[in-house]
Design a protein around this ligand. Structure first.
Ligand code: ATP
Ligand code: PRP
Length: 209
């Protein structure tokens, strides 16, 4: 009898695509999986336990070993640098991180300010560019910052580009492409290697490449 494998799933926009991927990989997930307020869902027939976490927290649960594996956006993994192994690019929830701002503007020479939900990624990016900037951490609606004069630039996720466009902003540079990844706790990977290898093989089959 195998141990139960605990999977941290991100609530929100990644959830639906991730659930679809698991189903395509042959896992039988009950209807309550898609429409429930429960934060822990046991699927006994598959020997799986799902915990439903905020996307930014998935790698934290996996790092601490309370989840064996998790599904997390590459943006979160770059920002948090958690002690987890990245096993597979799931190629879902594509978007990218970019620098944006008001059109035809230069960054302030003296103390340029950058607003973002991703302070570590932004800091590293501007350091690589040789620019010293003040990072202003926000938790959402990042596009507001340059419009109301809080910052010269933002670093944020772009998907369709609609939010930038509707707020009169333009993209200056793309930083990095983002998709969701399967991550694993290093100790879990040693103890539950057969179950995790099976999960990876089944997802790899669906994802391809
Ligand atoms: N257009 C997009 N905007 C934001 N995240 C996206 C987008 N497209 C794909 N993603 C992926 O989805 C993840 C965020 O999902 P979601 O927006 O549900 O989380 P959140 O912003 O933390 O949620 P909340 O709005 O509840 O704070 C990101 O980490 C990223 O990998
Ligand atoms: O290019 P688009 O398709 O317009 O998508 C990008 C927008 O979506 C995200 O915001 P979200 O909806 O998560 O809200 P938030 O501002 O609260 O983070 C992101 O922060 C951008 O604002």
């Amino acid at each position: 009898m195998n141990n139960v494998l605990t999977i941290a799933m991100p609530k929100g926009r990644i959830f639906e695509e991730a659930a679809e991927l698991l189903r395509k990989a042959g896992y039988k997930l009950p209807p309550e999986f898609d429409d429930s307020r429960k934060l822990i869902i046991d699927v006994a027939e598959e020997n799986l336990r799902f915990i439903l976490a905020k996307p930014m927290d998935v790698a934290t649960y996996v790092e601490h070993g309370v989840a064996d594996v998790g599904i997390a956006g590459k943006d979160v993994l770059l920002e948090e640098e958690r002690d987890v192994y990245e096993l597979l690019d799931l190629k879902i929830s594509y978007c990218y991180l970019a620098v944006a701002g008001l059109p035809d503007t230069k960054m302030n020479d003296v103390a340029p300010r950058v607003a973002t939900k991703y302070p570590n990624v932004a800091e590293a990016y501007f350091r690589e560019q040789g620019e010293q900037v003040e990072i202003i951490k926000l938790n959402g609606s990042i596009e507001l910052a340059p419009i109301i004069g809080l910052s010269d630039r933002i670093v944020d996720i772009v998907s369709t580009g609609r939010t930038l466009k509707e707020n009169g902003l333009v993209e200056y540079e793309k930083i990095v492409d983002i998709t969701s990844r399967l991550v694993v706790n290093p100790v879990s990977y040693r103890i539950k290697d057969a179950q995790i290898d099976d999960l990876v093989a089944r997802l790899h089959e669906v994802v391809g490449g």
